[in-house]
Write a protein that binds this ligand. Sequence first.
Ligand SMILES: [Zn+2]
Length: 291
Amino acid sequence: MRAHAARTHRTPIAAAAGTAAAVLLGAGLAATASQPATAATTVDMEKVVLAAQLDPAKNGTDPTDGAAASVKAVEQALADAKHLDAKHVDGHFGSATVTAYSAWQKSQGASGEAANGLPGTGTMKKLGEKGGFAVTNTIDLGKRTTVDGQTLNQRTADMLAEAEKISGVDLHLTQGSYEADGADASAGTHDGGGALDAATKNLSTDDRAKAVTALRQVGFAAWDRTGVGTFDPHIHAVAISDTDLDSSVWKKDRNRQIFDYYNGMDGLTKHGPDNGPNVAKQTWEEYQRSS
Ligand SMILES: [Zn+2]
């Protein structure tokens, strides 16, 4: 990219306080699992969105680490609104919860991909008003911007700028996000937010590895597609927990790339082994708090 996008800094103190509050309230919630959410309940949106991307494709109903109390509060509110059967109020954001959340989005006037069941900040806050919970650690995508002639949201642009900074590798984008008429080879993964492709034909093997490592460190599910299949040589990256992700990126029966990434797979249709560097899995918000 050429233009330098300003990196937005969150306030780590406020974010940490929100997490602590969610943990404390989570302990209380677990003891009163069958009770409706109360006004004092706090829902950690980052945890809920991560669970929505990781839980549906699991075998079984394990919750995502640290997410159970927040997911349960969301599920209780969905059940109270008659979108979810009470038996699914379990802290696991499985396919039934995705369908219920989609119904909630539709009831708020959303349609198509905007009602795909991945929670966004607007519908989460409205559900909180109805269900009696406060939403902390909201995910802010910012406005849309242009990098190398490609459309990205500001969150994705900031992530890319940081990855280029820490790797020292200048990336040139060949695809961005929000490409409703995107290339067929991408199977819709670039139709929503958070997606980008960077050309690798002018990068050394070493620089490709550095770039993928840095993209992963800042919170992308990123893979080097150089020499893979019939693709033009490129790095494909999708921003974990971008609430505008197209359903083809995260849904169980689609590419489920976020699930694949967290579980050591390649994000392709056959779900083969990950060919990339082993980097601790984290979101952009987690990266910002840790750096
Ligand atoms: Zn791509």
